[in-house]
Every structure is written in structure tokens, then in C-alpha cells.
Design a protein around this ligand. Structure first.
Ligand code: R5P
Length: 312
């Protein structure tokens, strides 16, 4: 049966877009994205658009600004070629950390990015585990913030090998948020795997980016630990949290995060850390050279496919 929607993809996560299209039984829309020698981008659609809803899948991961520009240019050409309703599927919404003016004199980047995305004709944006809900409030169009917490929790469960508990006996596992901002995520993941949740009090120096851990709520000695965060950027937060938890005599430490940015020395530092396994999703593609044995990737394609079906 002919579907009344089309999915186009930028170059940021073509592989994920293909998985989503396959689940939905459609081919990805044909488009061409070229870069001129000076870095300028040009997008072109190579098929009739029709009257259905058009989805454009593109993460705002590195190269962030180039990927943002591709998203905008694709939207522009789709609109020009007759798209009636455009929906942006942005599995990783970059710039969401800049959701407020942290220091006097700074710009409000998340607001500008929201305005740019709206200005090219998108009528809705679907994203995952946005760093800050506040960043979504800058959009005037509807936003849908999906969560990968359950798929991550299910991916981790077999490695934990938790015993079946009698009655209300405490779990041998604690899900730890590496800062208060990740506490809801820790609670949700803990609920799925029947563990308890806790958090670390972390402090980041806004000038140097340096991290300090003050304390953890509760006891972790002898526990299996899952540290959970929304993203892994340099890996510093997870590695520091793991060192701290190891010093507090945690038995075995796992980590999970939705968005694997894995910049700087993340691969080396995570490999050398006491973290046994790192679970992430494919909201951001991971280049071959950034892969490492402890890394396990779970796809969010089924969640995106359902969101697309529900949005048509
Ligand atoms: C910050 O608040 C985020 O939720 C993450 O904790 C942060 O981006 C992780 O960065 P890194 O891996 O560089 O410590």
C-alpha cells in the first residue's frame, strides 16, 4: 500500500534513517547533498514530493553547524517542491545545553536554533532526551521529546545478572545520576530494572570545564552500579563518577547515555576506566575509529518509526 508520507535524511545519520524507513516499509526519499570546495552546502530533492507529510531526519551532532545547515536547506528545497507539512526528526538536538545565559554577555543559542528550525517551514520537531526541556520551550511549533531510557534499561539488564528478590528486599543494584539533572532518568531506568536510584553532586567550572564530585546520596558499597547520563561528551563525567564510586567500594560499574558524542579522548578514557560496559544509542552515529570493545549500541529506530506513524 502506498504510504502517505516520505522520509528524507541529511548526512548526519543516514544509517539510522535507513533503519527507520525499513521498519516503516518505505524507501528513503531521494536527495542530493553536495559540498562545494569552500564548504558551502547545496541540497536538492530528486523525486516528486506528493501531498503527504514529509519528515527530515538529521541530528545536530558534530559537525553541528554543518548538520544544522543541511537540515535547513533540505527543508527549503522540500517546501519549494511542494511539501505541505514538514516535520523535523532530530534525534540529537545540539545547542540544547545553551538553554540559558550562563554568564553575563553570552548569547542564547538554544533560542536561535529553535527560531532557525521554525523559520525554514518545519511544523513540528521530534527529538530524543533533550538535554534541557527549557530548550524546547523556545519552539513555537509543537515538540515531541521521546525517551530512550526504557530501551537502554532493557539493553543493560542482561549484563547486571540481578537475583530475583523476595518481597521488598533492596536491590543489589543502584542507578546513579552523575548530577541532579539526570535524576529523573536514573529513576526511570531504576524502575525498569527494579533497582534503586541515587545521585552524585557534581560541580563544573564554567570557565575551565573542570569537574568536581562532592558526595553521593546513599550507600553504594558492594552494589552493582549503572551511571546514567543524557550524553557522553568527553567522557569526563562518567570516568570521574566511576572513580568516585570505585573508591566507595562499588562492586561493578556500568554506564549508559543516550547520545554518544564521544569527543576528545572519550574512547581512551572510557576504555581505561573501571566501567565494565558503556551502553549508548544510535541517535548519533559512531565512527569506526571511535568504537571500542566495552561499547554497546542500541537502536532507537523503532521509537522513531512509531513517532512517525503517530504524526502522519
Ligand atoms: C551535562 O550537563 C550533560 O548532561 C553531561 O553530563 C555532559 O555533557 C557530559 O560531558 P562529559 O562527557 O564531557 O563529561
Amino acid at each position: 500500500m502506498k504510504k502517505n508520507f516520505k522520509i528524507f535524511s541529511g548526512t548526519a545519520n543516514h544509517h539510522l534513517a535507513q533503519k527507520v524507513a525499513k521498519r516503516l516499509g518505505v524507501e528513503l526519499g531521494k536527495s542530493e547533498i553536495v559540498r562545494f570546495a569552500d564548504g558551502e552546502c547545496r541540497a536538492r530533492v530528486e523525486e516528486e514530493i506528493g501531498s503527504g507529510t514529509v519528515f527530515v531526519l538529521q541530528s545536530l551532532c558534530p559537525p553541528v553547524d554543518e548538520n544544522l545547515m543541511e537540515l535547513c536547506l533540505l527543508a527549503n528545497t522540500l517546501k519549494r517542491n511542494g511539501a505541505q507539512k514538514l516535520i523535523a526528526v532530530v534525534p540529537y538536538l545540539g545547542y540544547a545545553r545553551q538553554d540559558k545565559v550562563h554568564r553575563k554577555g553570552e548569547c542564547l543559542s538554544a533560542e536561535i536554533v529553535a527560531k532557525i528550525i521554525e523559520s525554514v517551514g518545519f511544523e513540528k520537531i521530534i527529538t530524543f532526551d533533550v538535554h534541557s526541556e527549557k530548550a524546547l520551550r523556545f519552539f513555537k511549533i509543537p515538540t515531541e521529546n521521546l525517551s530512550a531510557n526504557t530501551v537502554l534499561a532493557e539493553a543493560i539488564r542482561p549484563s547486571l545478572q540481578l537475583r530475583v528478590r523476595e518481597g521488598k528486599a533492596p536491590s543489589e543494584c543502584t542507578v546513579v545520576a552523575p548530577d541532579k539533572g539526570a535524576m529523573n532518568r536514573a529513576r526511570e531506568i531504576a524502575k525498569v530494572i527494579s533497582a534503586q536510584a541515587s545521585f552524585i553532586e557534581k560541580e563544573r567550572d564554567l570557565l575551565t570545564g573542570g569537574l568536581k564530585i562532592r558526595w553521593i546520596k546513599g550507600e553504594v558499597a558492594g552494589q552493582k552500579i549503572v551511571i546514567c547520563d543524557d550524553m557522553i561528551t568527553s567522557g569526563g563525567t562518567l570516568v570521574l563518577a566511576a572513580q568516585y564510586l570505585k573508591a566507595k567500594k562499588a562492586e561493578k560499574i556500568f554506564a549508559c547515555a543516550v547520545h554518544p558524542l564521544l569527543v576528545k579522548n572519550a574512547k581512551r578514557d572510557l576504555m581505561e576506566s573501571s566501567i565494565a560496559k558503556v551502553f549508548v544509542t544510535d541517535t548519533i552515529p559512531i565512527a569506526k575509529e571511535k568504537m571500542f570493545a566495552k561499547l554497546e549500541i542500541t537502536t532507537v529506530a523503532p521509537l522513531i518509526a512509531s513517532a512517525i506513524e503517530n504524526s502522519v
